[in-house]
Write a protein that binds this ligand. Sequence first.
Ligand SMILES: Nc1ncnc2c1ncn2[C@@H]1O[C@H](COP(=O)(O)OP(=O)(O)O)[C@@H](O)[C@H]1O
Ligand SMILES: [Mg+2]
Length: 329
Amino acid sequence: MTSPDIHVLPAHVARLIAAGEVVSRPLDVVRELVDNALDAGATRIEVEVDGGGLRLVRVRDNGAGIPAGSVGLAPLRHATSKLSPQARSVEGVTTLGFRGEALWAAAQAGELHVVSRPAAQVGACEVLAQGEDVQVARTSAPAGTTVTVRSLFARLPGRLRTQAPAASEVREVTALLGRYVLHHPVLHWRLTVDGEVRLTHAPSDHRGAVASVYGPLSANRVLAVSGEGVRGVVSRPELTRARRDRMHVSVNGRPVLAPPELERAVIEGFGELLPAGVAPLCVLDVTVAPGDHNPNVHPAKQVVALADLPGVAARVRAAVAAALAAHPL
Ligand SMILES: Nc1ncnc2c1ncn2[C@@H]1O[C@H](COP(=O)(O)OP(=O)(O)O)[C@@H](O)[C@H]1O
Ligand SMILES: [Mg+2]
């Protein structure tokens, strides 16, 4: 084989590759927009999905809004209000976003429409972005931000053809929203799919969130967990599952794929109370110092690296064991 020449990709191809890492499916858009709403301090977050998210994803929040002076920058690549230009690393970030790529990637992959107004600002701004084209106009709107992404991948037929069927994407979006509700139970949440409300939640605690997501029968069978840097609920030993699909962990507010070490720690916390081979339901919010975790190890930030995983696992095990010990079973 002759050795091929190496060349640097032209900018427009490099852009498509980079945008595809952030937004490869509608689920990614939902997660990024919800993260933005949480970062904006919203107390009410409403998500709409049509056509499996390919036709439309919309997230409306009542958070801080984007000031008129900078709203036109929001869809630009690496434009963020969350890392200062002086930042030397991203490891100390306390927000869910920090790369400044989500709105940009959404505009590369579809049509991005943002309407935003900070509460103290007179009048709202509206931004339409498609590819590198960004247009800003004045409009009126309630305080907060509504971001809509339409016609996802319409300009990328290859990407469109490889998308999962709408029904399976909707299942994943519903599961994702459920995880946000479980880990942020003090907020108002609503998910609407093709005009039908799928999930609603009014401010409550973790138990109330379990009721919203899994129903009152499950909610009546959970115990509160409150340990050092670990809060949430675990199911009583009689409520078990064959799979670990209801073991939910967040790290500093971000729902993550729980490291197996933490899942094991929860199960070990039950000691003899749990039959071998079954898993409990749990919702655990783990808090670590910002410098003790690195959220920048995964494109979708679904995996975080923990500086002291054994230490965190020990705290989880102790908190679960204490919760079970505190209740007559
Ligand atoms: N829902 C929102 N509410 C307030 N500001 C927002 C919202 N969505 C986006 N922004 C602003 O737009 C910027 C770019 O967003 P994004 O592309 O997701 O990057 P990042 O979240 O990594 O900063 C954010 O830093 C923030 O200033
Ligand atoms: Mg973001």
